[in-house]
Design a protein around this ligand. Structure first.
Ligand code: TXA
Ligand code: MG
Length: 315
């Protein structure tokens, strides 16, 4: 199979046609590129797991064409409805009790389903024209770096999927925040563009029950092939760095074989948007190892450090 890259507006029609026929398609969202399939068609969803080599115990996020679908797929309480009103369309995923129509393959047999509504205009056009919810994990092979451009999707899934709809680089660059919600409060299962500070305005943010933690939240994830290590503090550079790459926050990178700056102006938003592309370029540079400077762990920095720790984890 040859993987084709198409652009809107014509590409939207093509993507919808393939999705309606039970195929998988690479789609842009505001966070990262997703590998989409008709969420109510188990055979189509099976193709997602196949293309990504994703284990079946790892459930998928379902993207809704509009707010009405929230009640058709799940049983949201008052807090979930308030969160959806505040953050949708946008980079917040809510985990809620599911309804029967959601295929078991999508939820990995769990009683909950993860839902969001993407704020990307191209994704919205696809979902609305299809008129059905779209299951879409990040469009990378399992455990690898999430794609933030159409070219990244091709480098991950070339020959495994028929089409990538190119909507340009993803504005946020890291995956959505995932929250488990009940009327008693909420817990953050994955940090992301919607920060803990923003969520705290809506209810008590509790520590997640370990049994509830995202099933796909393996310790190692988002991982480059080149070993990556996080420095104990910014600017704390070891002596021998001639075959080492630096994922830089504040250091100039002088003396390193290769350097990628997350944000020269110290902007965490820009750093998040650059993170995966920078990791990918360092990974492709034939280095012995990669060192990453830690970023301040406030606001979006929490989500960035969560990704860096997973990229550094080896099991
Ligand atoms: O920004 C995003 O969320 C992107 C774009 C494409 O929307 N999608 C994404 O999907 O990051 P994925 O599959 O790469 O990550 C989804 C995470 C997985 O760790 C999965 O285990 C978790 O969400 N998840 C899905 N359903 C869940 C559920 N019912 N309960 C707990 N965690 C769930
Ligand atoms: Mg992923």
């Amino acid at each position: 199979m040859k993987t084709r890259v198409v652009t809107p507006p014509g590409g939207v029609e093509e993507a919808v046609r393939l999705l309606a026929a039970g195929e998988v398609v690479g789609l842009p969202t505001e966070t990262v590129y997703g590998l989409g399939a008709d969420a109510l068609n188990p055979l189509a969803c099976a193709r997602i797991f196949e293309a990504k080599e994703r284990p079946l115990f790892d459930p998928l996020i379902v993207h809704l064409p509009d707010r009405e679908w929230l009640d058709r797929l799940a049983r949201p309480g008052a807090l979930a409805v308030r969160l959806a009103e505040a953050f949708w369309p946008g980079p917040l995923t809510v985990v809620l009790p599911r309804r029967e129509v959601v295929p078991d393959l999508v939820t990995s047999g769990q009683e909950t389903v993860a839902l969001r509504m993407s704020g990307h205009s191209v994704f919205q056009q696809v979902a609305r024209t299809l008129g059905r919810p779209i299951a879409a994990p990040s469009a990378n092979r399992f455990g690898r770096i999430s794609p933030t451009t159409a070219a990244h999707v091709v480098s991950e899934l070339e020959g495994r999927i028929p089409l990538v709809l190119d909507g340009g680089p993803c504005p946020h660059g890291i995956e959505s925040t995932i929250v488990w919600v009940s009327d008693q409060g909420l817990s953050i299962l994955r940090h992301g563009p919607v920060t803990e500070e923003q969520l705290a305005a809506f209810g008590e943010v509790k520590t997640p029950d370990p049994a509830m933690a995202a099933p796909g939240n393996l310790k190692s994830h988002y991982a480059p092939r080149t070993p990556l290590e996080i420095l104990p503090a910014p600017g704390l550079i070891p002596e021998s760095i001639d075959r080492t790459g630096l994922l830089a926050w504040s250091h100039s990178g002088t003396g390193f074989a290769r350097v990628e700056h997350l944000s020269r102006s110290g902007d965490l938003r820009e750093a998040a948007a650059n993170l995966y592309g920078a990791m990918r370029r360092l990974d492709e540079a034939g280095l012995q190892n990669i060192l990453a400077e830690p970023v301040p762990e406030t606001g979006l920095g929490v989500a960035i450090m969560e990704r860096l720790r997973k990229a550094a984890a080896r099991e």
